[in-house]
Design a protein. Structure first.
Length: 515
């Protein structure tokens, strides 16, 4: 798959099915496809292992928060992995000739579910709001790079402070979700639990930690979508429990990252859509405290045993030998993980303790609570790291909201983490100095310069090489370590159709239907 430069990127008008898979190789595949024409009606229940903290557009771009946000707000634009292009959503187009001055055209006559207009002024209001420091919005890092001006009710002129041919990707995630300004003002701090958008569904109830219910928006612009009358988002932490709920008919779509469930589902004649993603199943390393020292991070990298983790947790699946798989356009042999070396790790830890006069290094390993797979993996990592004297690891399982808070605030040493989505510009969000999802404190001029080049160049080869440079530096500095290349499997019974992966663990619910 080519890396799309984005020059004069113009998105076509019309409905699309987005396949949000990996820009680092591979395409989504399914064991079964839709049968006949979509039909209206019914309820669709989706389940994953954690839930959103809020449905406020200011925080939508954080992990699983994308799921209810996309259902309530739709998105200005979507990324289509098959074509490598940005596709229309609530906006008809977002175009540029020079990567600096862009024009955003909204669909005409859009309205929020409170009857107020979804227009250029509403977009400007939401983007202005994301800059409020009190909101701690991850969208602010993108909003700060641009200026905007309302031209007319359906048009905004957007000027990037620096040339950025990847800016349209920002309107698929960070700046994608637009809420009713009137409702935001009226509801104040309660808006995140009582959102008002113009997307395919409206939030009707939310039992925190259990399930969220959303009903069809009859005024959605893309009729007859959404096809189902009700969407239910269920939080079930354990993979086994989600799969049992699927088999029992209590869940219609489940997201899972362990291949054995996809294999079981395929054997049972279910639909399985595979979506390879950017990065992998692994841990993000803090760059604060003891882990700010490169020798300590290198020691951690030398101690993690990918093969042992894969054999114990994901039997039959290959271990990731480096940052990108060999079939990726971003593959570079130089991005291989360090060889396992317990003795070398011990020397590095000993040297660090001598230099700093430290006692034992006490590290936290933060993960989401309730998942046997994550718990078993954490115990293995704990055992592997504690093979050296002077290093102790404390496992800290947290419920969904607390985990998200720890991630956002950087309150961890090691934390279970993917990179999010598929587009390689996610590297910019996570590892650029001050990036919207850079909660580890990572800062590296070489990475920043390489990621700058991915924005300023419209030459595909130059962009590809710049991403490789950034990836190699991330590996060399041990910023992130995973043992399995990321993938999500979306599983559904044979009578559920139109399920296509989007945003890492999510799908476009307005496209799904029940036969």
């Amino acid at each position: 798959m080519r890396i799309r430069p984005g020059l004069a990127a113009t998105v076509a008008i019309g409905a699309v099915i987005t396949l949000f898979t990996s820009a680092c190789g591979g395409e989504a595949s399914s064991s079964a496809g839709p049968v006949g024409d979509p039909v209206r009606g019914g309820t669709l229940a989706y389940s994953f292992n954690t839930e959103a903290q809020s449905v406020d557009p200011a925080t939508c771009a954080i992990g699983i928060g994308v799921a209810p946000c996309q259902a309530v707000y739709g998105a200005l634009l979507y990324y289509d992995i098959e074509t490598g292009e940005i596709e229309p959503g609530m906006a008809e187009s977002f175009t540029t000739e020079d990567g600096k001055v862009w024009t955003l055209k909204l669909r005409p006559d859009l309205t929020f579910t409170d009857g107020t207009p979804f227009d250029a002024a509403a977009v400007a209001f939401n983007w202005d709001r994301s800059l409020d420091p009190a909101l701690l919005s991850p969208s602010a890092s993108v909003a700060r790079t641009i200026d905007w001006e309302v031209v007319d009710p359906t048009t905004l002129s957007v000027t990037a402070k620096n040339v950025n041919y990847q800016l349209d990707f920002g309107l698929t995630e960070a700046l994608a979700y637009i809420a009713s300004p009137t409702a935001i003002k009226e509801k104040g701090p309660d808006f995140g639990s009582n959102p008002v958008g113009a997307g395919p569904f409206t939030l009707t109830s939310w039992a925190r930690g259990t399930e969220m219910t959303l009903d069809r928006n009859p005024g959605y612009w893309d009729q007859p979508r959404p096809y189902v009358d009700r969407l239910v988002l269920k939080t079930i932490p354990a993979d086994d429990q989600r799969f049992n709920a699927l088999q029992a008919g209590e869940v219609d779509v489940m997201a899972v990252t362990v291949q054995k469930y996809a294999d079981r589902a395929e054997s049972a004649g279910m639909n399985v859509v595979h979506a390879p993603l950017l990065g992998g199943t692994g841990v993000r390393l803090s760059h604060r405290g003891a882990l700010a020292d490169p020798d300590v991070r290198t020691a951690i990298a030398k101690l993690i045993d990918n093969e042992q983790i894969m054999n114990a947790i994901y039997p039959g699946e290959p271990a990731a030998s480096g940052f990108t798989p060999e079939d990726s356009p971003l593959y570079d042999p130089a991005s291989a993980w360090p060889a396992r070396d317990v003795e070398g790790a011990q020397r590095l830890i000993d040297d660090y303790r001598t230099r700093t006069g430290s006692a034992n290094l006490e590290l936290t390993y933060v993960l989401t609570a309730g998942s046997p797979v994550l718990s078993q993996t954490a115990e293995l990592i704990q055992s592997q790291l504690q093979q050296v004297d002077g290093l102790r690891v404390h496992i800290v399982p947290l419920e969904g909201a607390a985990f998200a808070t720890a991630m956002m605030s950087g309150d961890y040493d090691l934390i279970v983490s993917g990179l999010g989505g598929a587009h390689p510009d996610n590297l910019d969000k996570v590892f650029r100095t001050g990036g919207s999802s850079n909660n580890s404190g990572y800062s590296n001029p070489t990475v920043d310069e390489a990621l700058d080049l991915t924005h300023t160049s419209n030459d595909p080869a130059t962009v590809e090489n710049a991403y490789k440079t950034a990836i190699n530096e991330l590996v060399d500095t041990n910023a992130y370590r995973f043992w399995r290349h990321a993938r999500t499997d979306l599983i559904s019974p044979a009578n559920v159709h139109g399920v296509e992966p989007a945003y890492q663990y999510w799908f476009r619910p307005e496209l799904a239907w029940v036969q």
